[in-house]
Design a protein around this ligand. Structure first.
Ligand code: CA
Length: 248
């Protein structure tokens, strides 16, 4: 259940209120979350239904979506998938009811930025929200384009890529991984380091390490001519991943 202790004070004044959409069918949790995020200075919208929640997510302007998994109408995984197909720039945190491995992997590989397992403490959730928003907002201010080889150009701001005449899109997390590897091209980067620096996890579980591999595999399917024989996003055995082949 929600735990209201350890709340920090309201956020200091910002130029614009950050907007959060809460999609959660359990009224007590939903109302608790609305109160907490309004108290912390966010502008909050909400829905208790899957289909309506998806509609809000796609038609409104939000910085972050808190997304429950078990919902009437449409489950959170499906909603996450649909949002990622159409609008790539929302940050999404999944509220997983069961903290089972499969839930976590599925949520994170569908493009959620993070997950919080129920029951969660409100203080922990607020910290996760702040961390995800800080990361997503900083990340996009970084390198604007990544050029790989002669033909592949990645627009980090618009989360899109172009290979010759072919266009495709990335999730924000995929771009963050590329940006982190790009700023450390002189060495391989371990999965643990990616979890620390890109996901913001101080400690991690094996399951999350596998999530890194899933993201790398998805990235390779987008940026490599032959994902089985990567030219750009290579594995350094026993050490991690490295980004090669950049041109300016
Ligand atoms: Ca639910």
């Amino acid at each position: 259940m929600l735990n209201y202790s350890f709340l920090s004070g309201p956020l200091v004044a910002m130029s614009r209120k950050l907007r959060i959409l809460i999609i959660e069918d359990e009224a007590a949790i939903r109302i608790g979350l609305i109160d907490v995020f309004v108290y912390h200075g966010y502008e909050v919208d909400f829905s208790g239904h899957g289909v309506e929640g998806l509609d809000r997510a796609l038609t409104g302007k939000f910085d972050l979506i808190l997304l429950d998994v078990m919902l009437p109408g449409m489950n959170g995984f499906e909603i996450c998938n649909r949002i990622r197909e159409q609008a790539h720039d929302h940050a999404i945190i999944m509220l997983t009811a069961k903290s089972s491995d499969e839930d976590i992997i599925e949520g994170l590989s569908l493009g959620a930025d993070d997950y919080v397992a129920k029951p969660f403490s409100v203080a922990q959730l607020v910290l996760r929200v702040q961390a995800v928003l800080r990361r997503t907002r900083n990340g996009l201010a970084q390198n604007k384009t990544i050029q790989l080889g002669n033909d592949l150009s990645i627009d980090c701001q618009n989360l899109t890529g172009r290979y010759g005449a072919e266009n495709f899109s990335f999730t924000r997390r995929e771009i963050e991984i590329l940006q982190y590897l790009q700023s450390n091209t002189e060495r391989p980067v371990s999965r643990e380091e990616l979890l620390n620096k890109v996901w913001g996890y101080a400690r991690h579980l094996d399951i999350e390490t596998r999530t890194v591999d899933i993201h790398i595999a998805k990235l390779r399917r987008k940026i490599e001519v032959d994902p089985a024989e990567p030219q750009f996003l290579i594995t350094v055995r026993g050490a991690g991943y490295r980004l090669l082949g950049q041109s300016r």
